[in-house]
Structures are given as structure tokens and as C-alpha cells.
Ligand binder design. Structure first.
Ligand SMILES: *[C@@H]1O[C@H](CO)[C@@H](O)[C@H](O)[C@H]1NC(C)=O
Ligand SMILES: *[C@@H]1O[C@H](CO)[C@@H](O)[C@H](O)[C@H]1NC(C)=O
Ligand SMILES: *[C@@H]1O[C@H](CO)[C@@H](O)[C@H](O)[C@H]1NC(C)=O
Length: 354
């Protein structure tokens, strides 16, 4: 079910079967008054960071915070929608079979997660404002899931993606230097927090809580491309295209991946060329790993291209959990994720292996 979800993410959303979802505004989110904020903090189990915020940011820092704001607000919307589906007894959202977790425990956990994600978003917007930038408001959202289990599988993957870019954000702020350094430990605390959440989503899916010793690093461009699939086009109160990140063509993984060396089949909506393109994997803290593209077949009617590439899971010491795939221009190995992102044409393909 989960793999179907991943493979059909782009397709399901293109068919726009989902009803556009808006975050309820009863608690003033994303701009609560002090009483509303205190109530969100109470449910979240703690308050916003107390230290001074930066009063200026460099361009890369602004872009990174804009991405984090969009991503955290999407997460708020997703978990609000999930909780609503559960409490309204929607078909597919029955919590009776989750032993040892009682429905009450799952609902209380989701309520805390929603409040925690709200504070992440409010915190990021607070930093943007303190540095003289515009805070971002929510969009309307669409989710390609309609059961509790598929929703938790998707939550597991988008939390993996959040965990892949928060360390990248730390690097960006460390490199920028000066006044922005204070953000680095705050982001560190959010990495741990999202990791706690992900352990729970994995448990609900009957996987061990921790996937691998070192989690997969990603690119902010990859995360920006993925999160846009959940935004109803034209529904954001800001120009999504004005965010200074790349959006790539979709790369769909057609094979159910296993924790072993194997061939994977892929699909893209345009042309690829085995002579000029290759597939790069990002997994754990390994260096990017480039493999050739094989068996390219273009379907003249649909314009789609199908191809195969080797997935060297054991050979390359890949991490369990999330691996990113990308179709890049060029055929050599890359030494940095930034170089991969700069060369990427289609991606990220999302590969979850246990
Ligand atoms: C909630 O249910 C609606 C209607 O079935 C569905 O479109 C949406 O994706 C669901 N949300 C989540 C997070 O599962
Ligand atoms: C690769 O790209 C170059 C430059 O764009 C082009 O001249 C060449 O024909 C391409 N190779 C193949 C195999 O298509
Ligand atoms: C990339 O590096 C790996 C590990 O050293 C190697 O096995 C692989 O063949 C390299 N790929 C290319 C295209 O050079």
C-alpha cells in the first residue's frame, strides 16, 4: 500500500481527486494572539525558543527558512486533516487494530504533534520577521492518501525528507555565519523532535523505531520539489515560484525496492539519454553514488520514458529508510549534494527500504 502511495504520488495528485484542505483557524494559527499561543504551547508540551532572534539574514538563509515555513505548515495541515478523518470516523481511519496503541493514545499524540508542528512554523516565521522578511501564510493542501495506514506511511516519508534537509539548513546557517549562528542549535533540537515523531510512525507500521545509524542527507531543492505536490496550485498567498529553489520533473520509482542489490525501473515524463544522463543515489551519509541508465524505452504516445538502473543497496552500504534517486546530466560521481542538485534533471525518486 505504501509503495503504491509513493509510486502514484504525482499521478494521484495530478488527477486532483483530493478535496483542497485548509488549516482550521480557530486557534489563530499561524498568527495566534498571546492567549492562543499559550494554549498551543500547553498542548505542545513546551514553549517557543526564548533567546534573541537574528535581525538580519543572508539570502541562502532566507530561502531555507521560507522552505522550512512551507514544509512545517504543510505538516500542520496534514496532521490536522488526519486527526479530523479519525475523529469523524471516516472509513479507513479506524484505530481499533493498532494494539498495543489505544485510539486515545494515538489521538492525544497527534494533538501534541499538531501543536508542536505549529510552533515549528510559528518559530520559523518569527525568525523571518525578526530579520525584516515576510512571514509566510498557509496554502490549501491536497494529500494522496485515504486510509490511516497510507497516511502514516506518507508521514514517515515526509518526516524522513524533513530530517534530510534540517542538517543541510544547519550547514547553510553555519557557513553564513554572524548573527545566524544562534539558529543552528534550535534546528538541532527540531531534528531530534522530528526523529522522535518518526520513531512513532515507524512503530505504527511495525518497523523498528530507528532505521539506520546515519540518516540520509538531502537537498533543499529536492524537498521544495516534493512539498509542492501537496500544495493546491495557485492557492498560496505568496508566489511559490518566487522562492529561490529549483523544481524538477517527476521521477517515479516503479519497482518495489528491497534491502538488496537489484535493478530498479523508473519513469519520467520526458526524455532521458543513456549517453548523457545517469542516476545518482543519496543514502545515509555516503557520498553520492552514480550508476548508468539502461534499457531506455520512450513511449511515443504518452511521451513518457521508462528505464532501468542498478540499485547497489548492499554493495554501496546504503541506509535502511529513505534513499533519494535523481536523474542527472553527466556520468561521473559527484562529491557533494549541492553538485548533484545542480546537475539534477528529474527527481527526487523516493525509495524506502526496510
Ligand atoms: C482525509 O480524508 C480525505 C477524504 O477522504 C482525504 O482526501 C485526505 O487525504 C485525508 N487526509 C489524510 C491526512 O489522511
Ligand atoms: C550528449 O549531449 C551532447 C551535448 O548536448 C550532444 O552533442 C550529444 O549528441 C549527446 N549524446 C547523446 C548520446 O545523445
Ligand atoms: C561511483 O563510485 C562508486 C564507489 O567508488 C563506484 O563503485 C562507481 O562505479 C562509481 N560510478 C561511476 C559512474 O563512476
Amino acid at each position: 500500500m505504501f509503495l503504491t502511495t509513493l509510486a502514484s504520488l504525482a499521478l494521484a495528485i495530478a488527477s486532483a481527486s483530493a478535496i483542497p484542505y485548509s488549516i482550521p483557524t480557530t486557534d489563530g494559527f499561524p498568527f495566534p494572539n498571546p492567549t492562543q499561543l499559550a494554549s498551543i504551547e500547553h498542548i505542545a508540551g513546551g514553549s517557543l525558543p526564548g533567546g534573541a532572534l537574528p535581525t538580519s539574514l543572508k539570502a541562502a538563509g532566507i530561502t531555507t527558512l521560507q522552505l522550512l515555513s512551507i514544509n512545517e505548515q504543510f505538516e500542520v495541515a496534514f496532521f490536522e486533516s488526519l486527526l479530523q478523518n479519525i475523529t469523524q470516523n471516516q472509513r479507513g481511519y479506524d484505530l481499533e487494530c493498532l494494539t498495543p496503541f489505544t485510539p486515545g493514545y494515538v489521538i492525544e499524540t497527534l494533538e501534541a504533534v499538531i501543536a508542536q508542528e505549529k510552533l515549528h512554523a510559528i518559530g520559523v516565521n518569527g525568525i523571518l520577521k525578526s530579520a525584516g522578511q515576510k512571514a509566510l501564510s498557509p496554502c490549501k493542501y491536497q494529500f494522496p492518501v485515504d486510509t490511516f495506514q497510507s497516511a502514516i506511511a506518507l508521514a514517515n516519508t515526509f518526516t524522513d525528507i524533513a530530517l534530510s534537509i534540517l542538517p543541510a539548513a544547519q550547514s547553510i546557517f553555519t557557513t553564513d555565519g554572524a548573527d545566524e549562528d544562534g539558529i543552528v542549535p534550535i534546528l538541532g533540537s527540531v531534528i531530534g523532535q522530528e526523529g522522535e515523531q518518526n520513531g512513532f510512525y515507524r512503530l505504527l507500521r511495525k518497523k523498528r523505531p530507528s532505521s539506520a545509524p546515519f540518516l540520509t542527507l538531502g537537498s533543499t531543492d529536492f524537498a521544495f520539489t516534493v512539498v509542492q505536490q501537496f500544495l493546491v496550485p495557485g492557492s498560496c498567498p505568496f508566489e511559490v515560484s518566487s522562492i529561490d529553489l529549483k523544481t524538477y520533473g517527476a521521477l517515479t520509482v516503479l519497482t518495489t525496492p528491497q534491502a538488496t542489490n537489484m535493478d530498479l525501473h523508473f519513469e519520467v515524463s520526458d526524455n532521458v539519454n543513456a549517453g548523457n544522463n545517469s542516476v545518482v543515489y543519496l543514502s545515509g551519509q555516503n557520498l553520492p553514488f552514480t550508476v548508468p541508465i539502461k534499457h531506455v524505452r520512450r513511449d511515443a504516445t504518452s511521451g513518457k520514458t521508462y528505464f532501468t538502473a542498478w540499485f547497489p543497496f548492499e554493495e554501496a552500504g546504503f541506509a535502511e529508510g529513505l534513499t533519494f534517486a535523481a536523474v542527472v546530466n553527466g556520468k561521473s560521481n559527484f562529491t557533494s549534494i549541492d553538485a548533484v542538485a545542480a546537475a539534477t534533471v528529474f527527481g527526487p525518486g523516493l525509495i524506502e527500504v526496510e
